[in-house]
Design a protein around this ligand. Sequence first.
Ligand SMILES: Cc1cc2nc3c(=O)[nH]c(=O)nc-3n(C[C@H](O)[C@H](O)[C@H](O)COP(=O)(O)OP(=O)(O)OC[C@H]3O[C@@H](n4cnc5c(N)ncnc54)[C@H](O)[C@@H]3O)c2cc1C
Length: 146
Amino acid sequence: MYMVQMGRPESTIERQERPMRHSTRVVIVGAGGAGSATAVAVARAAPEVEVIVLGAEGRAPYNRTTVNKGLLSGAVDDAGVALPGMDGLGIDWRTATVARSLHAAGPAVELADGRWLGADVVVLATGAPPRGPCPPPSRRACPTGS
Ligand SMILES: Cc1cc2nc3c(=O)[nH]c(=O)nc-3n(C[C@H](O)[C@H](O)[C@H](O)COP(=O)(O)OP(=O)(O)OC[C@H]3O[C@@H](n4cnc5c(N)ncnc54)[C@H](O)[C@@H]3O)c2cc1C
């Protein structure tokens, strides 16, 4: 997870009205475990901060480790993989919302539809694809997709 923290965004890049009660906006890119935990921690510690989470997936954040340890076997249902404790904190969860680029000097995040989202702090929590070992005799990690 990477965090880019810069000065306040210029109004030229801001495309959305900021509610009056929020003096600071944190935009978190990635709605996996890391992004979700970060959002909850910030919202709990600083309720006055506006927290926006951008997630590429079209559903609420979920616990991936439960998928192969319960969901596939039928031991838990879809609701059972939901991450707990995320409601009621005023977090702006934006599903099916892909970030296309980061303007670090803004800072601001460009969305896939071309809109820009200004922020005071941007947290990059986009995860990483897994890498497995190459087949013998090489013990090096194979490139992604191998
Ligand atoms: C089936 C399964 C079982 C697992 N079991 C275990 C286990 O038992 N123990 C263990 O330690 N680990 C386990 N893992 C691994 C663990 O789930 C990962 O280490 C963890 O999910 C990583 O969390 P993350 O938030 O860093 O990344 P991710 O979970 O990968 O989340 C990143 C999120 O960012 C989003 N994203 C990426 N790019 C963009 C973008 N440009 N714009 C918007 N959103 C974007 C992605 O859609 C994704 O939702 C398991 C993983 C899986 C899939």
